[in-house]
Write a protein that binds this ligand. Structure first.
Ligand code: DQA
Length: 190
Protein backbone atom coordinates (compact mmCIF):
# COMPACT_ATOMS: atom_id res chain seq x y z
CA UNK A 1 0.00 0.00 0.00
CA UNK A 2 1.27 3.45 -0.83
CA UNK A 3 0.17 6.74 0.60
CA UNK A 4 0.94 10.16 -0.70
CA UNK A 5 3.08 12.21 1.60
CA UNK A 6 4.22 15.37 -0.07
CA UNK A 7 6.94 16.64 2.17
CA UNK A 8 10.66 16.89 2.67
CA UNK A 9 13.00 17.67 5.51
CA UNK A 10 15.47 16.38 8.06
CA UNK A 11 15.05 15.16 11.61
CA UNK A 12 16.75 13.23 14.35
CA UNK A 13 15.61 9.62 14.57
CA UNK A 14 13.78 8.89 17.82
CA UNK A 15 15.04 5.36 18.44
CA UNK A 16 18.43 5.50 20.22
CA UNK A 17 19.78 2.81 17.89
CA UNK A 18 19.06 5.18 15.04
CA UNK A 19 20.52 8.24 16.64
CA UNK A 20 21.28 9.89 13.37
CA UNK A 21 19.93 12.64 11.22
CA UNK A 22 17.48 11.35 8.66
CA UNK A 23 16.72 13.33 5.54
CA UNK A 24 13.87 12.61 3.22
CA UNK A 25 12.32 14.05 0.15
CA UNK A 26 9.52 12.24 -1.54
CA UNK A 27 6.12 12.72 -3.02
CA UNK A 28 4.96 9.17 -2.47
CA UNK A 29 6.21 6.72 0.14
CA UNK A 30 5.50 3.04 0.66
CA UNK A 31 3.67 2.22 3.91
CA UNK A 32 6.81 1.37 5.86
CA UNK A 33 8.50 4.64 4.92
CA UNK A 34 5.31 6.45 5.76
CA UNK A 35 5.56 5.08 9.30
CA UNK A 36 9.26 6.01 9.48
CA UNK A 37 8.27 9.50 8.45
CA UNK A 38 6.36 9.77 11.74
CA UNK A 39 9.21 8.17 13.70
CA UNK A 40 11.32 11.17 12.85
CA UNK A 41 11.51 13.58 15.74
CA UNK A 42 8.82 16.19 15.37
CA UNK A 43 9.56 19.86 15.01
CA UNK A 44 6.82 20.45 17.53
CA UNK A 45 5.55 23.76 18.85
CA UNK A 46 4.34 21.92 21.93
CA UNK A 47 7.28 22.21 24.32
CA UNK A 48 5.41 22.52 27.59
CA UNK A 49 2.32 20.43 28.24
CA UNK A 50 0.26 20.38 31.43
CA UNK A 51 -1.62 17.25 32.48
CA UNK A 52 -4.54 18.00 34.80
CA UNK A 53 -6.57 15.38 36.61
CA UNK A 54 -9.65 16.22 38.63
CA UNK A 55 -11.47 14.70 41.58
CA UNK A 56 -11.02 11.05 42.56
CA UNK A 57 -8.43 10.41 39.88
CA UNK A 58 -5.84 10.25 42.65
CA UNK A 59 -7.55 6.93 43.47
CA UNK A 60 -6.70 5.38 40.08
CA UNK A 61 -5.57 1.80 40.49
CA UNK A 62 -7.89 1.11 43.41
CA UNK A 63 -11.00 3.01 42.33
CA UNK A 64 -13.54 0.84 40.49
CA UNK A 65 -10.77 -1.03 38.63
CA UNK A 66 -13.34 -2.73 36.40
CA UNK A 67 -14.03 0.73 34.95
CA UNK A 68 -10.76 2.61 35.34
CA UNK A 69 -8.18 -0.20 35.27
CA UNK A 70 -5.26 -1.11 37.50
CA UNK A 71 -2.76 1.63 36.66
CA UNK A 72 -2.21 4.28 39.30
CA UNK A 73 -2.09 7.98 38.56
CA UNK A 74 1.63 7.88 39.30
CA UNK A 75 2.02 5.19 36.59
CA UNK A 76 0.12 7.34 34.10
CA UNK A 77 2.10 10.48 34.92
CA UNK A 78 5.47 8.70 34.76
CA UNK A 79 4.68 7.18 31.37
CA UNK A 80 3.60 10.53 29.98
CA UNK A 81 6.65 12.37 31.31
CA UNK A 82 9.00 9.71 29.92
CA UNK A 83 7.36 9.45 26.55
CA UNK A 84 7.27 13.25 26.16
CA UNK A 85 10.88 13.67 27.32
CA UNK A 86 12.00 11.31 24.54
CA UNK A 87 10.40 13.74 22.12
CA UNK A 88 11.87 16.89 23.65
CA UNK A 89 8.65 17.91 25.40
CA UNK A 90 8.15 18.67 29.11
CA UNK A 91 5.02 17.46 30.90
CA UNK A 92 3.93 18.92 34.23
CA UNK A 93 1.34 16.98 36.21
CA UNK A 94 -1.34 18.27 38.55
CA UNK A 95 -4.24 16.61 40.34
CA UNK A 96 -6.80 18.19 42.63
CA UNK A 97 -10.07 17.16 44.18
CA UNK A 98 -11.22 20.75 44.45
CA UNK A 99 -12.81 22.83 41.72
CA UNK A 100 -11.04 26.01 42.87
CA UNK A 101 -7.67 24.23 42.85
CA UNK A 102 -8.24 23.18 39.27
CA UNK A 103 -9.32 26.69 38.23
CA UNK A 104 -6.24 28.22 39.90
CA UNK A 105 -3.91 25.74 38.16
CA UNK A 106 -5.45 26.54 34.78
CA UNK A 107 -4.94 30.28 35.41
CA UNK A 108 -1.29 29.72 36.39
CA UNK A 109 -0.70 27.78 33.18
CA UNK A 110 -1.05 30.93 31.11
CA UNK A 111 1.62 32.77 33.12
CA UNK A 112 3.92 29.75 32.80
CA UNK A 113 3.62 29.67 29.03
CA UNK A 114 2.03 26.23 28.92
CA UNK A 115 1.45 25.35 25.24
CA UNK A 116 -1.33 22.82 25.71
CA UNK A 117 -3.34 21.09 28.41
CA UNK A 118 -4.51 17.49 28.67
CA UNK A 119 -7.41 17.43 31.11
CA UNK A 120 -9.54 14.78 32.72
CA UNK A 121 -11.77 16.90 34.92
CA UNK A 122 -13.48 13.81 36.35
CA UNK A 123 -16.97 14.51 37.63
CA UNK A 124 -16.46 18.27 37.24
CA UNK A 125 -16.64 17.65 33.50
CA UNK A 126 -20.37 17.27 33.89
CA UNK A 127 -20.98 20.12 36.33
CA UNK A 128 -18.36 22.84 36.18
CA UNK A 129 -19.00 26.07 34.36
CA UNK A 130 -16.05 27.45 36.37
CA UNK A 131 -13.55 25.03 34.82
CA UNK A 132 -15.01 25.67 31.38
CA UNK A 133 -14.64 29.43 31.89
CA UNK A 134 -11.07 29.04 33.15
CA UNK A 135 -10.07 27.08 30.04
CA UNK A 136 -11.81 29.60 27.82
CA UNK A 137 -10.22 32.46 29.76
CA UNK A 138 -6.62 31.34 29.33
CA UNK A 139 -7.26 30.23 25.74
CA UNK A 140 -4.73 27.41 25.89
CA UNK A 141 -5.58 24.56 23.51
CA UNK A 142 -6.64 21.44 25.38
CA UNK A 143 -7.61 17.83 24.86
CA UNK A 144 -10.31 16.36 27.08
CA UNK A 145 -9.69 12.78 28.18
CA UNK A 146 -11.96 10.27 29.89
CA UNK A 147 -10.66 6.85 30.77
CA UNK A 148 -14.08 5.26 30.53
CA UNK A 149 -16.55 5.57 27.69
CA UNK A 150 -18.80 8.10 29.37
CA UNK A 151 -21.38 7.70 26.60
CA UNK A 152 -21.93 4.07 27.57
CA UNK A 153 -22.55 5.04 31.19
CA UNK A 154 -25.21 6.96 33.13
CA UNK A 155 -26.95 9.78 31.23
CA UNK A 156 -25.54 12.45 33.57
CA UNK A 157 -22.06 11.58 32.25
CA UNK A 158 -23.05 12.21 28.62
CA UNK A 159 -22.83 15.98 28.84
CA UNK A 160 -19.52 17.79 29.13
CA UNK A 161 -19.09 21.50 29.80
CA UNK A 162 -15.66 21.29 28.13
CA UNK A 163 -16.05 19.33 24.90
CA UNK A 164 -17.12 22.10 22.54
CA UNK A 165 -14.03 24.12 23.52
CA UNK A 166 -11.62 21.19 23.24
CA UNK A 167 -9.28 20.48 20.33
CA UNK A 168 -10.36 16.89 20.72
CA UNK A 169 -12.07 14.52 23.11
CA UNK A 170 -10.85 11.01 23.88
CA UNK A 171 -13.16 8.64 25.72
CA UNK A 172 -13.12 4.95 26.52
CA UNK A 173 -9.53 4.09 25.58
CA UNK A 174 -8.53 3.49 29.20
CA UNK A 175 -5.44 5.28 30.46
CA UNK A 176 -3.97 4.98 26.95
CA UNK A 177 -6.20 7.96 26.17
CA UNK A 178 -3.70 10.23 27.94
CA UNK A 179 -0.87 8.99 25.69
CA UNK A 180 -3.04 9.36 22.61
CA UNK A 181 -3.73 12.98 23.64
CA UNK A 182 -0.02 13.64 24.15
CA UNK A 183 0.85 12.13 20.79
CA UNK A 184 -1.82 14.19 19.06
CA UNK A 185 -0.59 17.43 20.65
CA UNK A 186 3.05 16.79 19.82
CA UNK A 187 2.30 15.99 16.19
CA UNK A 188 -0.11 18.86 15.80
CA UNK A 189 1.47 22.04 14.52
CA UNK A 190 0.24 25.52 15.39
C1 DQA B 1 -14.07 10.09 34.11
C2 DQA B 1 -15.56 9.94 33.85
C3 DQA B 1 -16.35 10.82 34.80
O1 DQA B 1 -17.74 10.68 34.56
C4 DQA B 1 -16.07 10.42 36.24
O2 DQA B 1 -16.76 11.26 37.12
C5 DQA B 1 -14.63 10.39 36.54
C6 DQA B 1 -13.71 9.81 35.55
C7 DQA B 1 -13.24 9.13 33.25
O3 DQA B 1 -12.03 9.32 33.19
O4 DQA B 1 -13.77 8.19 32.67
O5 DQA B 1 -14.20 10.74 37.63
O6 DQA B 1 -13.67 11.41 33.77
Amino acid sequence: MRRDVSSSGCGEAVRPSENATVCFQTASLPETDYLDFYAIKEQTDMKNILLINGPNLNLLGTREPQIYGADTLADVERRLIESAAGRGVAVQCFQSNSEGGLVDRIHAARDEGVDAVIINAGAYTHTSVAIRDALAGVAIPFVEVHISNVHRREPFRHHSYLSDLAEGVIVGLGVYGYEAALDFLIRRQG
